[in-house]
Design a protein around this ligand. Structure first.
Ligand SMILES: NC(=O)c1ccc[n+]([C@@H]2O[C@H](COP(=O)([O-])OP(=O)(O)OC[C@H]3O[C@@H](n4cnc5c(N)ncnc54)[C@H](O)[C@@H]3O)[C@@H](O)[C@H]2O)c1
Length: 255
């Protein structure tokens, strides 16, 4: 198994790609910490993992709150004795996030708090444990929107995902000499509640995204999570500072 006995914290594991990740990581032998703001959803994920014979425990966390992020990492260490992977997948994309000219400050700040501060705080507490162990894998979830402009703007979200990529590169350079690799995944539009809830209300946004994707379809959660399985495993031991774009080719499509 590709992740045998690795202790993997997955944030946002109560839904979408995070839930799929909990299941796929556990199938590869990982001991999974299901970290989500929505505790019942986190419990449901852990139950699904357990039903398949996998190992998972749950921690309720708002990744944007420092004390809670610390508690999340402490929970992993107290439960399983170590942290091999921090997969920072939790992210938000509020409806009120549009162009800079019509986005309110509270929406901007909330997006930055969850999508960027959340990753900062998880890393702040997980990386020192990984450095002590001499090994670890940081996986940060960005988005294809960080790589190109979008005519259906979500400027706070886009800026937050750009920050995720920049931070990942800085971490990769700082901590690889001490055994901790850092990489980002930039998914294209994937069929999860986060995107589908939004697109249901915006037919035009849906049409644009489908028309521009050379594969003609949205991605499936497992098609993105398989990149994370690779990054969490020792197969990626020389992959550091990369941004794995998993988007069906949407970001290389000129026309
Ligand atoms: N779905 C897509 O098309 C798409 C595309 C590119 C990038 N992404 C990114 O992938 C990641 C996962 O997206 P998804 O579509 O699976 O999302 P989702 O909305 O299905 O799930 C997100 C999970 O994060 C949790 N969460 C939200 N705020 C939190 C907080 N403060 N603390 C802890 N948990 C919190 C939610 O409760 C939810 O369970 C996000 O970072 C998202 O930005 C998604």
């Amino acid at each position: 198994m590709r992740l045998q006995d690795k202790v993997c914290i997955i944030t946002g594991a109560g839904s979408g790609m995070g839930r799929t990740a909990a299941l796929m990581f556990a199938r590869e032998g990982a001991r999974v910490v299901v970290a989500d703001y929505d505790e019942p959803a986190g419990r449901e994920t852990a139950e699904l993992v357990g039903r398949e014979g996998g190992q998972a425990s749950v921690v309720q966390v708002d990744v944007s709150a420092e004390a809670e992020a610390k508690r999340m990492v402490d929970h992993a260490v107290e439960t399983y004795g170590r942290v091999d992977c921090l997969y920072s997948n939790a992210g938000i994309m509020p409806e009120a996030d549009h162009s800079v000219i019509d986005t309110d400050v509270a929406t901007w700040d909330r997006v930055m708090a969850v999508n960027v501060r959340g990753i900062f705080l998880g890393c702040k507490y997980a990386i020192p444990r990984m450095v002590e162990q001499g090994s670890g894998s940081i996986i940060n979830v960005a988005s294809f929107v960080a790589l190109l402009g979008c005519s259906v703007p979500q400027d706070a979200y886009t800026a937050s995902k750009g920050a995720v990529i920049s931070l990942t590169r800085s971490l990769a350079v700082q901590f690889a000499p001490r055994g901790v690799r850092s990489n980002a995944i930039a998914p294209g539009p994937v069929e999860t509640p986060l995107l589908m809830d939004w697109l249901l209300k915006d037919e035009q946004a849906k049409r644009i995204r489908l028309a521009r994707n050379p594969t003609g379809r949205f991605g499936k959660p497992e098609e993105v999570v398989s990149a994370a399985v690779y990054l969490a495993s020792d197969e990626s031991r020389w992959t550091n500072g990369s941004v794995l774009v998993v988007d069906g080719g949407i970001s290389v499509n000129y026309f």
